[in-house]
Each structure stands twice: as structure tokens, then as C-alpha cells.
Design a protein around this ligand. Structure first.
Ligand SMILES: NC(=O)c1ccc[n+]([C@@H]2O[C@H](COP(=O)([O-])OP(=O)(O)OC[C@H]3O[C@@H](n4cnc5c(N)ncnc54)[C@H](O)[C@@H]3O)[C@@H](O)[C@H]2O)c1
Ligand SMILES: O=P(O)(O)OC[C@H]1O[C@H](O[C@H]2[C@H](O)[C@@H](O)[C@@H](O)O[C@@H]2CO)[C@H](O)[C@@H](O)[C@@H]1O
Ligand SMILES: [Mn+2]
Length: 441
């Protein structure tokens, strides 16, 4: 099997060590010649790269390793870019979450005003990475999971229509692991699913085992009682806020008991509850900085100091193995069935053809072939039409440098109660994002 070269863009990400360990655990499925880290923050990347260099030396000394902030070095002679950048880092995530809350509106990383602010920062940065890849390795594929994936995916569709980009999210995979556990399966891989929606905005309509037996009724029953909370303690998220989210799925599912939902719908269906249960002084960004970021960087520093990863508490991001599945599907034409964010183009037959939707696809060397999900009901169609218009308006606002369109996007969001509140939030977000957003007029 050919050995592949991979660039991880956002080398300084908290997810990078888990992904490197996951890649090393899957070398028989996806042999690797070299791994390169690219980040625009040399200092942040240094700690993660220093530890990963030691991990690689100990576990797979034949893999060549480079860390760089130079685009030419990073993007030359590669087969895949795995992109997980966070434009503006946690400092800006904190503002995305806290500014809307100050106005009594949900403050969330990818949903509502926070997601739009993050999108306005991410679009240019992700497109720049795509351009680097195309300049230095025109045959390579860009696997993007940088957020907000819905807005980034729409930007890549509109502004880089011919580029080899696959947009993917791990939320359905994480939820499917919980579903599998809820009904006593070993793994989500024993299930085949039908699903439709937008990123962080979708529903499962069919779940079968590999013999075709219907598993959805048992899963629906579990979710209607417990959400995605399961008895298996090992699947509990380390942070309480995530477990609350998994429990809240029960109330989301009540809106359409024939399906099971993506957990992110809670921000759209229960925004008042979310605001009431939020602390405007301490949001998820603070939890992540005090939790995952401290842990990962602390462990990396320990590895560097000791010169060995032998006793490290860093763990494989096993659920991220979908990234290997995706790369394998492209590299070896495996025809893997995976949920991807792709142009609708009839997959949802009664929905906007140019919308970026999340649906099952068969993935092979030529990219994804979306599987038709047919007509969707009025309730979901109405919600999705509103949300996709928000996402498209944000991309238009970025492209046309239009504050008018961004105000329209904010006003159209289900989460924002009025045009006045939208305008107030816009003013604050614009001020906070100086230097990150294009100059709007
Ligand atoms: N799609 C999904 O389902 C999914 C799942 C998990 C995380 N994510 C995303 O992965 C990303 C990383 O998350 P994290 O919490 O580890 O963040 P993080 O801040 O720890 O890491 C992001 C890294 O990106 C770097 N970066 C920012 N802008 C850059 C640019 N223009 N070029 C190169 N590097 C740049 C930063 O310096 C930082 O080191 C985020 O976008 C997050 O939302 C997506
Ligand atoms: O608040 P964060 O930074 O912890 O998470 C935000 C991301 O949440 C989703 O990813 C989840 C995943 O689905 C879940 O199973 C668990 O493993 O944690 C992941 C991240 O911590 C979501 O899909 C991403 O888009 C978000 O960035
Ligand atoms: Mn996601």
C-alpha cells in the first residue's frame, strides 16, 4: 500500500495529539510516510509538536515529521490536509459566547450570533489553506473539520467550487456511539443510518443493523426517556455541560418522536432555557481553557521535559477514526458510507439544490456520492430553510463585505428575537472582531 503524507493544519490544536495517536493506531489501514504540522502560532504549535515528535520517535520512527509556519514547506508533496484551525483561538471563542449572552441571546461556538462571528473569521483563513494546498500539492484532498463547518462548507462551495474539499463533523459519530451503547451494540459501525439536515442541525430517520433489522424504535424509546445518556460510564463526557446536552436530547426529540435528533438543535428549540442556564461570566470557552487545553498542553510539556511519552495520560481520540475512514475512502476507493456536508443537488428532493446539507454519502476516490434521502416533512423543511438562508447570508456578507447582509443574517436566526437585538449584537461583535473580519460597509 502506498504511504501517504499528511499535513495537519492547526498543528497547535488541543485535538492534534489525539489525532496523531489515532493515526498511529491505524497505520495498517492508512500507512503514513510523513506528517507535517502547520499553524500560524509558532509558540502554541511548538508545545504540541515537541510532544508529538517524541511520540512518533517512540511509536513509529520511520514516519518523517515536520513542524512549520511556512506554507510552502507545509503544503508541498502531500496527499491530504486535515484542517482543524480555530481562527481567533479561544480568546475569540469566549467573545463569541459572551457577547450574545450580554444581550440575553444564546452564546454558542457554532450556533446563532457566536457561530456567525466565528464564520466571519474562519472563511478567509480556511480558503487561504485550500489555496496553499492547491498551489503546492494540486492533487491533494482537503479534509475540513474546522468550525463553524456549516458556514465554512457554504463558503467553499460558493468560492472554491472546483476544489477537492470534504467537510465533515464528528457530532453524529459521537452521538451514534451513544446510540449503539444504549441498545447494547459494541460499536456504531454495526449500524447503517439515514440522516438529513444541515451541519449541527439534523435528524436520524433510519437506523438498521448490517442484516437490515430496524433499530430505530429501540433507539427512539431510549432517547424519549434518557436522551443520549447511557449507563456505560466510560462513554460519559469528562465535562458536565456535555452530559447535560446529551440529556436535553429527550426534549428535542419530543418535537418529532418519529426521528432522533442532533443535540445542537437544543439551541434553536430551547433558547430561553439555554440562556437561563448559562453563566455570562463563565461559558464553555472558559471550561475548555481550564479543562482540555490545560490538560493537553500540560501533558505535552511533561513529555518534552521527560523526553518520553511512556507515562503520558494523552489518549487516542478513538472516535476520530472517521478521519482515517475518510482518507482511506479517497486513497483506496473503499466506497465507505459516511455522513458528509455536501451540496444538496437533489439528495433532499424538496429542498434548495445549492444548500450544503449533511447526508449519508458513498465515498470513493472521486469524492462523495450523496445518497437520496427523499422528501422531508414541513417542520424540518421550514426550520432548515430559515437556517440555510442565515448561513448563505453570512457567506455573502463576508464576500461582499456587507454589514447589511450580516444584520439580515442575525435577524433571520431563530435564536435572535428582533432586528434591534440583532443590530446591537452586530455592533458589539464587529468591534470585538476588528482585524479578523473584513472591513464591512
Ligand atoms: N467538525 C467537527 O465536528 C469538529 C470537532 C472538534 C473540533 N472541531 C474544530 O477543530 C478546531 C480546533 O479546535 P480546538 O478546540 O482544538 O482549537 P485550538 O485553538 O486548540 O486549536 C486551533 C489551532 O488553529 C490555529 N490556527 C488558527 N488560525 C489559523 C490559521 N489561519 N492557519 C493555521 N493555524 C491556525 C491556532 O493557532 C491553534 O493552534 C476548531 O475549529 C473546532 O471547532 C471541529
Ligand atoms: O465545546 P468543545 O470544544 O468541547 O466541543 C465543541 C465540538 O463539539 C462537537 O464535537 C464533540 C463530539 O461530537 C463529542 O462526541 C465529544 O467527543 O466531544 C467533541 C468535542 O469536544 C462538535 O461536533 C464540534 O463541531 C465542536 O467543535
Ligand atoms: Mn461538529
Amino acid at each position: 500500500m502506498k504511504k501517504h503524507s499528511i499535513t495537519i493544519a492547526g498543528g497547535g490544536s488541543t485535538f492534534t495529539p489525539g489525532i496523531v495517536l489515532m493515526l498511529l493506531d491505524n497505520l495498517e489501514k492508512l500507512p503514513i510516510d510523513q506528517i507535517k504540522f502547520f499553524d500560524n502560532d509558532e509558540d502554541r504549535q511548538k508545545t504540541i509538536a515537541g510532544a508529538c515528535r517524541i511520540i512518533l520517535k517512540e511509536k513509529a520512527p520511520d514516519i518523517r515529521f515536520t513542524e512549520t509556519t511556512d506554507p510552502e514547506e507545509a503544503f508541498s508533496d502531500i496527499d491530504f490536509v486535515m484542517a482543524h484551525i480555530r481562527s481567533g483561538k479561544y480568546a475569540m471563542r469566549e467573545k463569541d459566547e459572551k457577547i450574545p449572552l450580554k444581550h440575553g441571546v444564546v452564546g454558542q461556538e457554532t450556533c446563532g450570533p457566536g457561530g456567525m462571528a466565528y464564520g466571519m473569521r474562519s472563511i478567509g483563513d480556511v480558503l487561504q489553506l485550500v489555496d496553499y494546498m492547491e498551489k503546492y500539492s494540486p492533487e491533494a484532498w482537503f479534509l475540513n473539520y474546522s468550525n463553524p463547518a456549516a458556514i465554512v462548507a457554504e463558503a467553499t462551495r460558493k468560492l472554491r467550487p472546483n476544489s477537492k474539499i470534504l467537510n465533515i463533523c464528528d457530532m453524529p459519530i459521537g452521538i451514534e456511539e451513544l446510540m449503539a451503547s444504549a441498545i447494547g451494540l459494541e460499536s456504531r459501525k454495526e449500524m447503517e443510518v439515514d440522516y438529513y439536515g444541515l451541519n449541527h442541525f439534523g435528524w436520524w430517520t433510519g437506523i438498521r443493523d448490517k442484516e437490515g433489522n430496524d433499530l430505530l424504535p429501540r433507539i427512539r424509546e431510549h432517547v424519549s426517556k434518557f436522551g443520549y445518556v447511557t449507563e456505560d460510564q466510560s462513554l460519559q463526557h469528562a465535562d458536565e455541560s456535555w452530559n447535560n446536552t446529551f440529556a436535553k436530547a429527550k426534549d428535542i426529540q419530543a418535537l418529532d418522536p418519529s426521528t432522533v435528533p442532533n443535540t445542537y438543535l437544543k439551541y434553536y428549540f430551547y433558547p430561553d432555557y439555554e440562556v437561563a442556564h448559562s453563566n455570562p461570566e463563565k461559558t464553555r470557552a472558559n471550561e475548555v481553557m481550564e479543562g482540555r487545553e490545560k490538560f493537553v498542553f500540560g501533558e505535552c510539556r511533561k513529555i518534552i521535559e521527560k523526553g518520553t511519552a511512556a507515562e503520558s495520560a494523552l489518549h487516542i481520540d478513538e472516535h476520530a477514526s472517521y478521519i482515517v475512514d475518510l482518507a482511506r475512502a479517497i486513497a483506496y476507493n473503499t466506497k465507505e458510507r459516511m455522513l458528509l456536508i455536501v451540496e444538496n443537488n437533489g439528495a433532499i428532493s424538496n429542498f434548495e439544490p445549492t444548500a450544503m446539507v449533511e447526508v449519508p454519502c458513498i465515498v470513493g476516490s472521486n469524492g462523495p456520492e450523496p445518497l437520496v434521502q427523499g422528501e422531508i416533512p414541513r417542520f424540518q423543511k421550514g426550520l432548515m430553510e430559515q437556517q440555510v438562508a442565515v448561513e448563505k447570508l453570512v457567506v455573502e456578507a463576508w464576500h461582499e463585505k456587507s454589514s447589511q447582509k450580516l444584520w439580515q443574517a442575525l435577524t433571520l436566526s431563530r435564536i435572535v428575537p428582533s432586528a434591534q437585538v440583532a443590530k446591537d449584537i452586530l455592533e458589539d461583535l464587529q468591534e470585538a472582531n476588528k482585524g479578523y473580519w473584513p472591513e464591512l460597509s
